[in-house]
Ligand binder design. Structure first.
Ligand code: SF4
Length: 691
C-alpha cells in the first residue's frame, strides 16, 4: 500500500531513455525502487516497458563501480592523473586537436554544455562531436533551411490529437515510444486518418488507414510525387504560399517531373495509394506531417526531409493552428543535446561556431578571448574515421555513447578506436566501447544526479536525484570538473548542475535556443518550460511560427531538391536492401537495456527479418542462421520470417554487438550537409549458414 511507501525518499523525474521523456515518480530505498508514471504538462501518464524497468539498472551487479586503467581497478586520483598526463603528452607532441571528444544525445543539457566548453576552453581542441549526428542532424539542417530554426516539434504533443490526418514518415512509434501512440489513438478515434510511410508493416503501420510500403531509400521520390499530385489536383494552398513562403516557383517545375507512374517505378508505391494519400491529406481540415529517422538516416537525408517540408508548405500547413509539421526526435535529450555546443560546429544557444558575434558572446560568458576558441571540427563519423590516422586525433574521450555498436561500418570504427594512444570511456556499464578503453570511468545514473533535458516538444524539464551514486561512482560533471582542475583550468567547469545550468542560460541568451529565463526554481514550479524563453517573466514558447517563421523575412522557404538513388543500390552481387531499426524492448546500442533481465528475456538476440518469398529463394526457414554480407563485412543472426516486410528487403535491429552487430554492415556514406550516415539502406546478400 502506498502509505507504507511514504517515508521513503522520492523523486519526480523523467525516464532516462527516449525523447518522449515520460514523467515518472521514483520512490524507494535500497534495492527496491518503485516506478510510477506521471503526467508531464498536458501529456498523460504512461511508460513503456523500458521506462517501467529503468530503475533495475541502479542496483544491477553489471554496473561499473570503480575506475580502471588497462582493466585494473584504480582510484579516481590515479585515473584522473593518468588521463591528464597522457592528454598533456599527446597535445604537447601532436597539438591540441590531437585530443577529441565524442558526446551523446542522452546527456543532460548541463553535460552537453559542459562537454562543449571543456573541449574548446580546457582542451582547446576543435575535435568534438556527438552521436546525435547519427540521429537528428538531417532534420535539424532541413528545419533550419525551411523555418530558420530547428525545434523537433514546434508545438506541444497534445496538439497532435486534434489533427484530422497525419502523414508519419519513417517512424515506428508503437515500438520506439509507445506512450506517443496515445496521441495517434485519440486522433484516430476522433475520425482522423493515419498514413504511415515505412518499408515494413510495423506495429505502427498496422494501425494506419493507409500504409505506403516503399523501397528503402526512396522517401524523397515519394514526397516529390505527393507534391506533384497536390499541384495537378489543385490541392496546393495558393493563399498560404503567397503570404507565408518563398521559393515555390523553383520547386514547382521539379515536382512536375515526378508523375505518379514514375514515382511508382522508383518507390514501389502504387499510383492508387499515392492518390489516396494526397486526397486524405487535402480533405483533412487539419493535416499534420511528421518525419523521423526513416526519412533522415540517408546520405540524402536533408533533402528528403526538405521534400516533405515542401509538401507540408504546399498544403499550407506549417505555422498554422495545430502547427502541422514536426520531426520526432529520438534520443532522450536529442533536442537539448544539439543546442548547447557538443556539436562540431556549434556554440550554446544553437549558435554557429564560425559566427564572430556568437564567438564574442560565448567567449565573454566563458571568460576567454574569442580568438582562442577553436574553429569547427569534423562530424562524428569523420572524426571516428580519422582516429589514430596521420594528422588525426590520438586520444578520444567518450561520454554517453557506444560507437562500437552504434556507428556505421562499426568494425572499421572499432579498429580505429583500438589504434588510439588513449581511449577514455565514461559510462555506467561496461559497454562494448568501454571494453576496449584504456581508462574506464564509472558514472552516475539518471536517478543519482540532478539536471535537465529538453524533450521532443522543446519542453525543458527536470531530472531529479532519488539517491546518491555508489561511493566510487561520479557524475559526468564531476569527471569533467576534476579533469579541468588537473589540467589547470579548474575555474572553467563546475561539478554543480544548477550552476552549470545558470551559466548555460547566460551563454544561450540571445541565441535561437534561448534558455536565459529558465531556472531550476521555475522548472520545479511550472513542471516544464518551452524554449525560447529569454527572460524570467517570459511565458516560454509552446507554439512557434504562428506570427512568422524564424527566417530574416519571416517566410518559410521551399527548398528545391531532386531524388537520387541510395548510394549503394542493389546489384547482382548484393541483391537485397538492408534497413535497420529498433525493437520495443531495447534502446539504442542496448548497453543499458540488454542488462535488464526482463528486457533481455523479451528480446534476447538479434534477428534478420525476411519475407517468406525472399527467404524461400535462399532456402532459409524461420530460425535458420543467416549470414548477411555487405561491402563492409558480415553479420549473422537467426531468420525471422514475416510477410510484413517487402520482398526485396531485409531488416536487422541495431541493438546488439558480436556476430549480430547490424552496424558492421551499414554504409558510412554521409549526407553532404548534415553528415548523417546512410544507416537506413545498404545493399547486402544473404547466405544460409550450414547447421
Ligand atoms: Fe517513455 Fe521513451 Fe522511456 Fe518508454 S523509453 S518510458 S517511451 S521515455
Amino acid at each position: 500500500p502506498l502509505g507504507t511507501l511514504e517515508p521513503m525518499p522520492g523523486a519526480a523525474t523523467h525516464c532516462p531513455y527516449c525523447a518522449l521523456q515520460c514523467g515518472m515518480d521514483l520512490r524507494g530505498d535500497g534495492d527496491l525502487v518503485h516506478v510510477a508514471p506521471r503526467a508531464t504538462g498536458d501529456n498523460p501518464p504512461g511508460l513503456c516497458q523500458k521506462g517501467w524497468t529503468a530503475a533495475e539498472l541502479l542496483t544491477s551487479n553489471e554496473r561499473l563501480t570503480t575506475p580502471t586503467i588497462d582493466g585494473e581497478p584504480t582510484t579516481w586520483e590515479r585515473a584522473l592523473a593518468h588521463i591528464t598526463q597522457r592528454i598533456q603528452q599527446i597535445q604537447h607532441q601532436h597539438g591540441p586537436d590531437a585530443v577529441a571528444i565524442l558526446g551523446g544525445g542522452g546527456l543532460t543539457n548541463e553535460k552537453a554544455y559542459a562537454l562543449g566548453k571543456f573541449a574548446r576552453v580546457v582542451l582547446g581542441t576543435k575535435n568534438i562531436d556527438y552521436n546525435g549526428r547519427f540521429c537528428m542532424s538531417s532534420a535539424a539542417a532541413a528545419g533550419i533551411k525551411a523555418f530558420g530554426l530547428d525545434r523537433g516539434l514546434p508545438f506541444p504533443m497534445a496538439d497532435i490529437a486534434s489533427a484530422e490526418a497525419i502523414l508519419l514518415v519513417g517512424s515506428n512509434v508503437a515500438e520506439t515510444m509507445p506512450p506517443f501512440v496515445h496521441h495517434l489513438s485519440t486522433m484516430q478515434s476522433n475520425g482522423g486518418a493515419l498514413i504511415v510511410v515505412d518499408p515494413r508493416r510495423t506495429p505502427t503501420a498496422k494501425r494506419a488507414t493507409l500504409h505506403l510500403q516503399l523501397t528503402p531509400g526512396t522517401d524523397l521520390a515519394l514526397a516529390q510525387g505527393l507534391l506533384h499530385l497536390a499541384i495537378v489536383e489543385g490541392y496546393v494552398d495558393r493563399d498560404y504560399i503567397g503570404a507565408r513562403t518563398e521559393g515555390f516557383a523553383e520547386v514547382h517545375p521539379i515536382a512536375m517531373a515526378y508523375w505518379p507512374e514514375r514515382v511508382e517505378r522508383i518507390t514501389g508505391v502504387p499510383v492508387s495509394q499515392q492518390r489516396k494519400a494526397i486526397r486524405i491529406l487535402h480533405d483533412a481540415g487539419n493535416a499534420l506531417v511528421l518525419t523521423a529517422r526513416g526519412a533522415e538516416q540517408h546520405a540524402k537525408g536533408v533533402d528528403t526531409v526538405s521534400a516533405f517540408v515542401n509538401l507540408a508548405l504546399a498544403l499550407g500547413l506549417p505555422g498554422t493552428e495545430g502547427n502541422r509539421y514536426g520531426c520526432l526526435t529520438g534520443q532522450g535529450n536529442g533536442q537539448g543535446g544539439r543546442e548547447h555546443g557538443q556539436k562540431a560546429d556549434q556554440l550554446p544557444g544553437y549558435r554557429k561556431l564560425d559566427d564572430p558575434k556568437a564567438r564574442e558572446h560565448v567567449a565573454k560568458v566563458w571568460g576567454v578571448d574569442p580568438a582562442d576558441l577553436p574553429m569547427p571540427g569534423v562530424s562524428a563519423y569523420e572524426l571516428l574515421d580519422a582516429l589514430g590516422q596521420p594528422n588525426g586525433p590520438r586520444a578520444l574521450l567518450v561520454f554517453g555513447t557506444n560507437p562500437v555498436v552504434s556507428a556505421p561500418r562499426a568494425k572499421h570504427v572499432e579498429e580505429r578506436l583500438k589504434s588510439l594512444d588513449l581511449l577514455v570511456v565514461a559510462d555506467l556499464v561496461q559497454s562494448e566501447t568501454a571494453a576496449i578503453a584504456d581508462v574506464v570511468l564509472p558514472t552516475a545514473q539518471w536517478a543519482e544526479e540532478e539536471g535537465t533535458t529538453t524533450n521532443l516538444e522543446g519542453r525543458v524539464i527536470r531530472r531529479r536525484r532519488l539517491r546518491p551514486p555508489p561511493p566510487k561512482v561520479r557524475t559526468d560533471l564531476e569527471i569533467l570538473a576534476g579533469l579541468a582542475e588537473s589540467l589547470g583550468k579548474g575555474d572553467k567547469i563546475s561539478a554543480d548542475p544548477r550552476r552549470t545550468f545558470e551559466e548555460l542560460g547566460r551563454a544561450s541568451a540571445g541565441g535561437i535556443a534561448d534558455y536565459a529565463g529558465i531556472s531550476y526554481e521555475r522548472l520545479d514550479r511550472d513542471g516544464g518550460v518551452f524554449w525560447p524563453c529569454p527572460t524570467k517573466d517570459h511565458p516560454g514558447t509552446p507554439r512557434m511560427f504562428h506570427d512568422g517563421f524564424a527566417t530574416p523575412n519571416g517566410r518559410a522557404r521551399f527548398v528545391p531538391v531532386e531524388y537520387r538513388p541510395a548510394v549503394e543500390d542493389v546489384d547482382s552481387t548484393y541483391p537485397v536492401y538492408l534497413t535497420t531499426g529498433r525493437v520495443l524492448a531495447h534502446y539504442q546500442s542496448g548497453a543499458q537495456t540488454r542488462r535488464i533481465p526482463s528486457l533481455r528475456r523479451a528480446a534476447p538476440d538479434p534477428f534478420v527479418e525476411l519475407h517468406p518469398q525472399l527467404a524461400g529463394r535462399h532456402g532459409i526457414e524461420d530460425g535458420d542462421e543467416v549470414r548477411v554480407v555487405s561491402r563492409r563485412g558480415e553479420a549473422t543472426a537467426p531468420a525471422r520470417i514475416t510477410d510484413t516486410i517487402r520482398t526485396d528487403t531485409a531488416f536487422m535491429p541495431f541493438h546488439w554487438s558480436g556476430a549480430g552487430r547490424a552496424n558492421t554492415l551499414t554504409n558510412p556514406a554521409l549526407d553532404p550537409t548534415s553528415k548523417m550516415p546512410e544507416f537506413k539502406v545498404c545493399a547486402v546478400r544473404l547466405e544460409k549458414v550450414a547447421p
